[in-house]
Design a protein around this ligand. Structure first.
Ligand SMILES: Nc1ncnc2c1ncn2[C@@H]1O[C@H](COP(=O)(O)OP(=O)(O)O)[C@@H](O)[C@H]1O
Ligand SMILES: [Mg+2]
Length: 258
């Protein structure tokens, strides 16, 4: 293997969890994604940045099956083409998505929210009557600790701060043990302290899970210490460490310099 190959592992290697290959999405002739290709390694934490309208949310919509591309493939975990599957099937394959607005059950406790997530949150009352196995209780305790809400376990979710609700929702996704977690702008509306803690939380869950996070807050992206992909006009403009992409002339021109 030559040096260049070592830097660019094969996109179909067993270590690749997600491989977008030539994905194009058009809305009324406008290309929101334009032959977009990139890949994410298993256990990797990846930040996606780029100006408004760059296609970041559309990219997540394609991965989760919400939007079907007109061209291209989205290969998951060594070969399943997600563009052929519906949203429910994709979620069941182990892909969790966190939207900007938290959707926790406000009137239930933090603990119960995590318990409900085990059952997929489909039938609130049936799942609360369901008796937890010891291993499931242990998993809830573990997740409570990861999301820094162990002490708030018996609080109503509605009483949590905005940031804590976001963590609870990430915790609810973790209960499903996803292989890949997609997180869209988690730091929006958070205090500086919450933003910092969110970065630490995502760093902690990467490794066990692959995490793709879209974010505008550069302090937050720096704190992730991850590889960064810059999207622009539906394509990858640059990729590498935050320092590398921040010093990239084209990136400065179209995004950071404005
Ligand atoms: N459902 C839709 N219908 C029409 N245009 C859309 C739709 N969704 C997104 N777009 C357009 O596609 C482009 C990319 O949007 P989006 O993926 O939301 O960008 P980002 O998340 O990077 O800000 C934008 O120009 C947006 O207006
Ligand atoms: Mg967006």
């Amino acid at each position: 293997m030559n040096a260049l190959q070592a830097l660019e592992p094969a996109s179909h290697s067993p270590d690749t969890i997600l491989y977008l290959d030539g994905v194009t999405v058009s809305f009324d002739g406008f290309k929101a994604l334009d032959n977009l290709s990139f890949y994410v390694l298993a256990g990797e934490l990846r930040a996606i940045i780029g100006p408004n309208g760059a296609g970041k949310t559309t990219m997540m919509d394609v991965v989760t099956g919400k939007t079907r591309p007109e061209r291209g493939q989205v290969l998951f975990n060594g070969g399943t083409d997600l563009t052929r599957l519906d949203e429910a099937r994709i979620a069941n394959l182990g892909i969790g998505r966190k939207f900007q607005k938290p959707t926790v059950f406000e009137h239930h406790t933090v603990f119960d929210n995590l318990e409900l997530a085990l059952a997929g949150g489909r039938d609130v009352f049936a799942s609360l009557l369901f008796k937890l196995a010891g291993a499931q209780k242990d998993r809830i305790d573990e997740v409570l600790e990861i999301i820094a809400l162990a002490e708030a376990r018996n609080m109503a979710a509605g009483a949590l701060s905005h940031g804590q609700k976001q963590w609870l929702e990430i915790g609810m996704l973790l209960m499903q043990e996803p292989d890949l977690l997609l997180v869209d702008e988690p730091a929006a509306g958070m205090t500086d302290a919450e933003t910092e803690q969110t970065a630490a939380l995502l760093k902690r869950i990467a490794g066990d899970h692959s995490v793709v996070v879209v974010e505008h807050d550069m302090e937050f992206v720096r704190a992730l210490e991850s590889r960064v992909t810059v999207l622009h006009e539906g394509r990858v403009l640059a990729e590498g460490s935050l320092d590398k992409v921040q010093n990239d002339e084209t990136v400065i021109e179209v995004y950071l310099g404005r």
